[in-house]
Ligand binder design. Structure first.
Ligand SMILES: Nc1ncnc2c1ncn2[C@@H]1O[C@H](COP(=O)(O)OP(=O)(O)OP(=O)(O)O)[C@@H](O)[C@H]1O
Ligand SMILES: [Mg+2]
Length: 212
C-alpha cells in the first residue's frame, strides 16, 4: 500500500502542496489532475522519494520512503517529464543497462514477459538498434515506458505518461496499466486527460492552484 499523510511540499519559500493525504491499495491506480503549475510533478517526486516533504510523510508498505531510499528505489519505477534515458545508447542498450543495474529483480507479473515481446507490442522492435537520441519524443516515451514494464516493480509513478503518445501507444499504455493492476501493482500517474484505465480500481485526485 502507498500512503500519503498530511503531505506538505515546498519549492523554495513557497508551499505548493498542503494537507494532501490518500491511501492506494495494491491493484489500483491514482490519477492526479490539475492545471499547469499546481504541483502534480512536485507531488509525484515526493511520492518517489526524490523530494523530502516539508510536512507529513509518504509510506510504502508501512515504511517511510525517506528512511530507506535504496530499498524503496528497488520497488518503485519513476518516469519523469524527461524520460531518464541515455541518448547515446540504443533502445536495447538502454533496457539492458537498466537490467544490469539490478532493477529487474523478478518482481510482479508474468515472468515470460520478455524484452522482445514488450518491444514488439510497443512498436519498438524495428528501432531496437537505434540511438535513443535520434528517436522522436513519442518513441522515447515508448522506450521509457517499455523499461518500466520490463522492470516489473510493484509501484509505478508516471508523470504525464501519455504525453507525446499516439492513439495506438496510448491504448498500449492503458492495457499495460490495467495488466499491472491485475497483477497487484499500483499506478500513480499525473495526467491532463483522464487515462481510460479500469474504472472500478482507478481513483482521482484533483489538485488546486497553479495556472487558471
Ligand atoms: N525546481 C523548482 N524550483 C522552484 N520552483 C519550482 C521548481 N519546480 C517547480 N517549481 C514550482 O512549483 C510549482 C509546481 O510545479 P510542478 O512542476 O509540480 O507543476 P505541475 O502541476 O506538474 O505542472 P505541469 O502541468 O505544467 O506539469 C510551480 O509553481 C513551479 O513554478
Ligand atoms: Mg508536471
Amino acid at each position: 500500500m502507498l500512503c500519503a499523510e498530511q503531505l506538505g511540499l515546498g519549492r523554495g519559500e513557497r508551499m505548493i502542496v498542503d494537507g494532501v493525504g490518500f491511501e492506494i491499495e495494491p491493484g489500483s491506480a491514482l490519477q492526479i489532475h490539475g492545471s499547469n503549475g499546481c504541483g502534480k510533478t512536485t507531488l509525484l517526486r515526493a511520492l518517489a522519494g526524490l523530494l523530502p516533504p516539508a510536512a507529513g510523510s509518504v509510506r510504502w508498505r508501512g515504511m517511510n520512503v525517506q528512511a530507506q531510499p535504496e530499498r524503496f528505489r528497488r520497488e518503485r519505477a519513476y518516469v519523469g517529464h524527461s524520460n531518464g534515458l541515455s541518448d547515446d545508447l540504443s533502445v536495447l542498450e538502454n533496457l539492458r543497462f537498466a537490467a544490469l543495474l539490478g532493477v529487474n529483480p523478478g518482481g510482479l507479473g508474468d515472468a515470460r514477459l520478455h524484452e522482445r515481446d514488450v518491444l514488439e507490442i510497443a512498436g519498438l522492435w524495428p528501432l531496437r538498434q537505434v540511438r535513443v537520441g535520434s528517436l522522436s519524443q513519442g518513441q522515447r516515451r515508448r522506450v521509457a515506458l517499455a523499461r518500466v514494464m520490463l522492470e516489473r516493480k510493484p509501484l509505478w509513478l508516471l508523470d504525464e505518461p501519455a504525453e507525446a503518445l499516439d492513439d495506438a501507444a496510448q491504448a498500449w499504455l492503458c492495457d499495460a496499466l490495467d495488466d499491472h493492476m491485475q497483477d497487484g501493482g499500483i499506478v500513480v500517474a499525473t495526467t491532463h486527460l483522464p487515462l481510460p484505465t479500469a474504472v472500478t480500481c482507478t481513483h482521482h485526485l484533483q489538485l488546486e492552484g497553479g495556472a487558471s
